[in-house]
Every structure is written in C-alpha cells, then in structure tokens.
Design a protein around this ligand. Structure first.
Ligand code: SR1
Ligand code: MG
Length: 395
C-alpha cells in the first residue's frame, strides 16, 4: 500500500508543502491509484501510485516500471511540446510514485464529449501534439544512437503485453471469453470478425507491426480519457503504455475514440447538429492538419540524409496514414466488443440504440481493418461512416 508517512516527508522536503495533508483518491482507472493531496495551506499536487499489481487486485501482478517509463516519456514530451503535458514534480522509484501538478481546473475530454461540448481549438492542438511527439522522435529527425538510447529506455514489457492481448488478440479470438455485445449483433461478430479470414490476417499484420516497428515514441493509450482540456488548451497525460512503436497507433487511437463519440452522438437527442458537425470536422482535421505540419516542416526537421527527397517523403507519409487507419479500426473494435470499453458506450441505457451504435462501429472497424493498406482519405472514411449511420437508422 501507499506509504503516506514517507511520502509526506518527501512532499515537505521537495515541494515545501506543510502538514497536515489530506489525501483524496480521485483515480477510477483499472491500473493505478491516483490521489489529490492538499496541504494545510491549500497547496495541492497529484500522486500516481503504481503498485506492483493492478488496482484492487493483488493477484494480477504488473511491473512498477511503468512509473519510471511514464516519468521518462513525460519529461521527453515536455521538451518536445512544452505545455501540452503535465509538469512532473518528482518521481520516486522506491515509493513507486509519480508526483505531478494538479490540473484540477481542467476537465477530462471524454466526460466533456459525453456532455456534447465543442472545443474549436482541439484539432489544431492535437495535430501539433502528434506531429511533435511522434514525427520528431523518429529516425528521420533524431540521431540514430540517441533514438536507440531513448527507445531502449521505453521497453515496456508488461504494458505492451496488455495492449497486444486486449487490442489485437482478444477481440478477434475471444480466448478469455470476455468480449461482450448486444445479442442482436452476435451473428455480425461471428461472420465479420471471428470467422473473417481477411480481418484475422490484417489484425495479425497490425499486431506484428505494433510489436516490431520501433518508429516513434508513443503515448501508447491515446484515448479521450488521457486528455485534459479547458477553454483554450489540452494537456495529454497518463502515458504509462508508452513504448517505441508505429506512430499510426497513437494517431489511430485518438481518431478511433473520437469516431466512437461521433457515432454515439448521432443517436442522442441531447447532441445538437452543431456538435456533430464540429466532431466530424475535428476528426478529419486532426489528420489533415497533421499532414500539413508534416508537409510544411519535413525538409527542415529531417536530418536523415537518405530521407531528404520528395519520393521518400511521400512514401513515409503514405505508410503513416495506412497504419493510422488500421489502428483506428483495431481501437474502435476493441473498445466496442472487447473488455476495456469506453464510458461513452458503457453508459448507454437504451438497448436498441446501443445495438445500433455497436453495429455501426463493428462495420466501420471491419472496413478499416480489412482495407487499411489501400486507404488514404479520411474524408472517404467519414462519408462511409455517415452512410452507415443513415442505413442503420433507416433500418
Ligand atoms: C487492464 S487496462 C485496460 C485498458 O485500460 C487502459 O486505458 C488501456 O487502454 C488498457 O488496454
Ligand atoms: Mg490510463
């Protein structure tokens, strides 16, 4: 358990905080314990305690190395994109804690999307975050030896095992029997996923690529619950699944999660047309703006001499986009039928709407997984998604 006495001494010595302290557990994730600590004068910080087991389950062991990794990547990301990640005050390996700034004034994006709130600056900031944290950590922009050293520090055995299993294996094979979906969709899941040779092959390709393509320093779990937001900026947090992998994984994760919110909103009477239009445009724009940043900055940012030509520049971007569509598909699918569902889906009470939303998400994820190697255009995907929504609504 968390050792409050020892932590209190650190808070006094390092952060100049004053006793008595008040600890409130604020985390609701599956993995860690997260506390807001307030001192006698009202000064606060956040403590993330990464025990050597999963939260509330001492039998499910999990290496505390994830704390070190999270500390490491946040420090690196801060250097790349100052201000878009929380400030880390200190990390203590023995106490298994990461102590960081309290972003209490910010809201978590997935809660705000459940309230159908619009954030006009989000696309631009997200694209900037992706470009700076992903493209700038590739071999094209970093010296080869430095990149390998950073990648070596991000070998994240336990957390990658979770992603490999929950994102790629379980949704398709259901070996642990933890997939769940509306009874009405059982035939669809059987035909389009469990027995679909194309989906099985594509998922195997995407999993193999995830495990072996050390392209960029990934956040590793970039869903809308990993993003704090206020009226004018975002802060991306919780990168404990970080490792060096294909950048399309992060891009596909955020776009896939936004697509889930988009489909949910299409079935909600509380969401306004202006919100749905904003979200549709935002999903497109994140990728378009990322590509714009890539095209505008490539020549200046790339140091790898063999990559400094138009043909390679296009080839490399094409592969990023393909990967993004593939991982968008695996993320939508695993969040829809797999065990780690997102609240947007879990919280739907109307069974008819729930099965319709699931059906659309399954259809679009299968389309993305089956065709990711040919897909290039986010506009086409959003049009296909809108068609699917109309078809399902019209019965
Ligand atoms: C046991 S952890 C389940 C999921 O939650 C995290 O946010 C990751 O997405 C992981 O796959
Ligand atoms: Mg998390």
């Amino acid at each position: 358990m968390i050792d409050k006495n020892k932590i209190n001494t650190k808070l006094i010595n390092i952060l100049n905080m004053k006793e008595p302290f008040n600890y409130t557990e604020i985390g609701d994730g599956n993995v860690n314990y997260v506390y807001r600590v307030k001192d006698v004068g009202g000064k606060t910080c956040i403590i993330k305690y990464g025990a050597d087991h999963i939260r509330n389950n001492e039998k499910r062991k999990l290496s505390s190395d994830r704390n070190r990794i999270e500390h490491y990547i946040l420090t690196k990301q801060r250097a790349l994109i100052n201000g878009m990640v929380p400030e880390i005050y200190f990390y203590d390996e023995t106490l298994k804690i990461l102590v960081m700034e309290d972003l209490g004034e910010y809201k978590i994006l997935w809660n705000e999307l459940e309230k159908y709130k619009i954030f006009t600056f989000f696309d631009e900031q997200m694209a900037l975050f992706l470009y700076n944290t992903l493209f700038k950590t590739t071999d094209l922009c970093m010296k080869s030896d430095e990149k390998k050293r950073v990648a070596g520090k991000l070998i994240n055995v336990d957390m990658c095992e979770i992603s490999e299993r929950l994102v790629f294996t379980e949704p398709i094979f259901n070996k642990e029997g933890l997939n769940s979906f509306a009874e009405k969709n059982a035939g669809l899941v059987k035909n389009k996923i469990y027995t679909n040779e194309k989906v099985i092959l594509s998922t195997a390709k995407l999993k193999e690529h995830f495990k072996n393509y050390s392209q960029s320093m990934l956040h590793g779990d970039l869903h809308t619950g990993s993003i704090f937001i206020n009226e004018y900026e975002i802060k991306v947090f919780d990168p404990e699944f970080s490792f060096y992998g294909p950048m399309g994984y992060d891009i596909g994760n955020i776009l896939g999660n936004l697509i889930i919110s988009y489909v949910v909103s299409a079935f909600s009477e509380k969401s306004e047309l202006s919100y749905r239009k904003w979200l549709n445009t935002t999903i497109r724009n994140i990728l378009i703006k990322f590509m714009d940043l890539y095209n505008k900055n490539y020549d200046e940012d790339v140091i790898e001499v063999t990559a400094k030509n138009e043909a390679f520049k296009k080839y490399y971007l094409d592969n990023i986009i393909k990967d993004s569509f593939g991982y968008m598909g695996t993320e939508i699918l695993r969040r829809t039928i797999g065990m780690a569902k997102v609240p947007q889906l879990k919280n739907i009470n109307d069974n008819k709407n729930k099965s319709s939303i699931e059906k659309i998400l399954i259809e679009i994820s299968v389309y993305l997984i089956e065709n990711f190697e040919q897909l290039r255009d986010i506009g086409h995907i959003m049009e296909k998604l809108d068609e699917e929504i109309v078809n399902v609504k019209n019965g």
